[in-house]
Design a protein around this ligand. Structure first.
Ligand code: GTP
Ligand code: SPV
Ligand code: MN
Length: 638
């Protein structure tokens, strides 16, 4: 038995499988019952039944994406202890899920790119040969859904039927994943109806790896958050498949997000001449009512949701939200770069998101929201660090234990998240779900850099901008398992998300610049996270980042000048708006300054890093940028 998409049975067999899907199976007691809709693509039906034969669920449910289905699944999970219904007076139709403490974030060390050749996964990815990865995983999937229901979730990344959109089908034994996918993507019958014989669709197989019947046939009690200590997030870029085993959390399990929309889509994008990026998208309207669209790549938990929902502190400026995590960008018929947000919702970091820092996000999650690993208030609402300035006197923490402000551990897990649809966001832009996307006027790169990198700089050219993206580094966060606060290279904020060789990905960015030519948007670099000698953030950040957005837009308009330096164009002090801001001229000087010694060290670091990416594929153009940087720095005094 094979469940390779590439070995979907001949049409005749597939049609038979489709027919089988249409009836409730009663002749064979061991076969699962099914709620198949009226029209299913034969290829999907065959794949579903192949997978079911291996994973052996009790039942197959074809998800239609209806409210009734949502209600049924949320009720089911309440009865199973997976969800707690929040007080509907405060948070209607909203739920709290508490994950297992061993399943709280993306597992980068268990994420695999299974290209046929190791070199195509490159130096930054864990590689496995596709056949041997499947051979290793098949025994784990065998019987992994015993005693459970297998849900069939057809989903669209991007508006259903949109020219830039893509479809997939996720099979999962987690109802939590189904309702999360329903918020994060467009799911259900309309998507299934799109898929015909010649539709490309991505099969995305997921199991939490916690069967309820053991090999001897004995029943096992379920737990509120089933998962498996063995975790695999496996991608097969050449055959466009995803196999995820053992985790129910976030990007490990909601396979439309990082697995499809970034890792698989980055490969599609390379092959087809577009870009799949870890970027927020915003629409900015200037006081003169001119409209611009910006795309910004920051690593995980580095402020994308925040900038996506920015409420400018400077008069006359307006920012509206288009996306907060992923952008798919492609040159349009007019030659300009256009972007869509392929997602339908936000899976946002809760801690640090609050009424002071991001009121818009707080307003977005008024209801119809799933919270994971936040704390529960005594009145049945939720709380987390930073939601309000003062913590409630008593809470149940993310693991369900009593918590008071004196407790030594945080009430919410640092990677606690809220899941909610984008259309509930008060700042959502009208064109956020336009299938044609929006024209991108500028691209921004940023990360958590306590030193060296200025508050804002404009790249000198597209290829210098690609160099800036390729040399990004950032302190690690709780979004992935492992140490937090360690500076690491995270090119284009895509280190964990590029589905192929990083050096080839750099080349693809350079190639896109060639394609776009004079229409290529200007590139900027930002850093909200510069620290002083006492470890304090030097820049107020959050809503005040609107001042940086203003400078960027004024650069696009040619309204402000830039001091040309080897690291790019820096703001002139008198042209950077710090009115009514608690930042001293001295601090601003540091924030928009250039420290020659620090940059010389950065250049050495860059050379070393490039060396780890494989000399034979690293683009010459990036080494040329490094040479230019060093030559420029050498000419500076000091
Ligand atoms: P992913 O969803 O993991 O991709 O992350 P994201 O980039 O969307 O991160 P998000 O906006 O949710 O921010 C993560 C954390 O960064 C939160 O704790 C924020 O409070 C904090 N943060 C966001 N913007 C700023 C800023 O301008 N300054 C400072 N100091 N912190 C910020
Ligand atoms: C990230 O880690 O960048 C996220 C959260 O956006 S997750 O979906 O878990 O990848
Ligand atoms: Mn992200």
């Amino acid at each position: 038995m094979s469940i390779l998409k590439s070995s979907v049975p001949e049409p005749r067999t597939a049609k038979k499988a489709a027919k089988a899907a249409l009836r409730l199976v009663d002749a064979d007691e061991t076969a699962p019952t099914t709620t198949a809709p009226l029209r299913i693509d034969a290829g999907i039906a065959a794949w579903v039944f192949d997978v079911a034969a291996i994973t052996q669920p009790d039942e197959i449910v074809w998800c239609d994406g209806s409210t009734a289905e949502w209600d049924q699944l949320t009720k089911l999970m309440i009865s199973q202890g997976t969800l707690i219904r929040l007080n509907p007076e405060w948070r209607p139709n909203s739920f709290l899920a508490r994950s297992d403490p061993a399943d709280v974030a993306r597992v980068e060390d268990r994420t695999f790119i299974c290209s046929a050749e190791e070199i195509d996964a490159g130096a930054t990815n864990n590689w496995r040969e596709p056949g041997s990865m499947k051979a290793e995983l098949l025994p784990l999937f065998e019987g992994s859904m015993r005693g459970r229901t297998m849900y069939v979730v057809p989903f669209s990344m991007g508006p259903v039927g949109g020219a830039l959109s893509q479809v997939g089908v996720q099979l999962t034994d987690s109802p939590y994943v189904v309702v999360s996918m329903a918020l994060m993507t467009r799911i259900g019958t309309p998507v299934l109806n799109l898929i015909t014989d010649d539709t490309e669709w991505v099969p995305a197989l997921h199991s939490v790896g916690f069967p309820l019947i053991d090999d001897a046939g004995n029943r096992i009690d379920d737990v509120s958050w089933p998962h498996n200590p063995k975790k695999y997030i496996a991608h097969f870029p050449e055959t466009r498949e995803i196999w995820s085993f053992g985790s129910g959390y976030g990007g490990n399990a909601l396979l439309g997000k990082k697995c499809f929309a970034l890792r698989i889509a980055s490969v599609m994008a390379r092959d087809e001449g577009w870009m799949a990026e870890h970027m927020l998208l915003i629409k900015v309207t200037s006081p003169e009512q001119r409209v611009y669209h910006l795309a910004a790549a920051f690593p995980s938990a580095c402020g994308k949701t925040n900038l996506a929902m920015l409420k400018p502190t400077i008069p006359g400026w307006k920012v509206e939200t288009i996306g907060d995590d992923i952008a798919w960008m492609r040159p349009g018929p007019d030659g300009k770069l256009r972007a869509i947000n392929p997602e339908r919702g936000f899976f946002g970091v809760a801690p640090g998101t609050g009424i002071v820092t991001n009121q818009t996000a707080v307003d977005t999650m008024w209801g119809n929201t799933i919270f994971t690993n936040v704390a529960l208030r005594d009145d049945g609402d939720v709380w987390w660090e930073g939601l309000t300035p003062n913590p409630p006197a008593h809470l149940l923490d993310w693991q369900g234990n009593d918590w008071t402000p004196d407790s030594k551990t945080p009430a919410a897990h640092p990677n606690a998240r809220f899941t909610v649809t984008a259309d509930q966001c008060p700042s959502i832009a009208d064109e956020w779900d336009d299938p044609a996307g929006v024209v991108i006027d500028a691209i921004i790169f940023g990360g958590r850099r306590p030193s060296t990198v200025p508050l804002v700089a404009q790249a000198k050219s597209w290829s210098h901008g690609v160099f800036v993206g390729a040399t990004m580094a950032s302190e690690t966060t709780a979004a992935a398992t492992g140490a937090v606060g360690q500076l690491r290279h995270d090119p284009f904020a895509m280190l964990p998300f590029v589905g192929y060789n990083m050096a080839d990905y750099f080349q693809h960015w350079l190639d896109m610049g060639e394609t776009l030519g004079s229409d290529a948007p200007p590139i900027f670099q930002v850093n909200w996270f510069r620290k002083d000698e006492n470890g304090k953030f030097m820049w107020p950040g959050f809503a005040e980042n609107s001042r940086v957005v203003e400078w960027i837009i004024r650069r696009l308009e040619g309204e402000v000048a830039a001091r040309q330096t080897p690291i790019g164009g820096l703001p002139l002090m008198h042209e950077f708006n710090i009115e009514r801001l608690d930042v001293t001229e001295d601090d601003l000087q540091t924030l928009v300054g250039l420290d020659k010694q620090a940059w010389l060290a950065e250049a050495d670091e860059t050379e070393q890093y490039f060396g780890t990416l494989g000399d034979d594929r690293m683009p010459e153009a990036l080494y040329a940028e490094l040479t230019k940087l060093r030559a420029g720095l050498a000419k500076l005094p000091g």
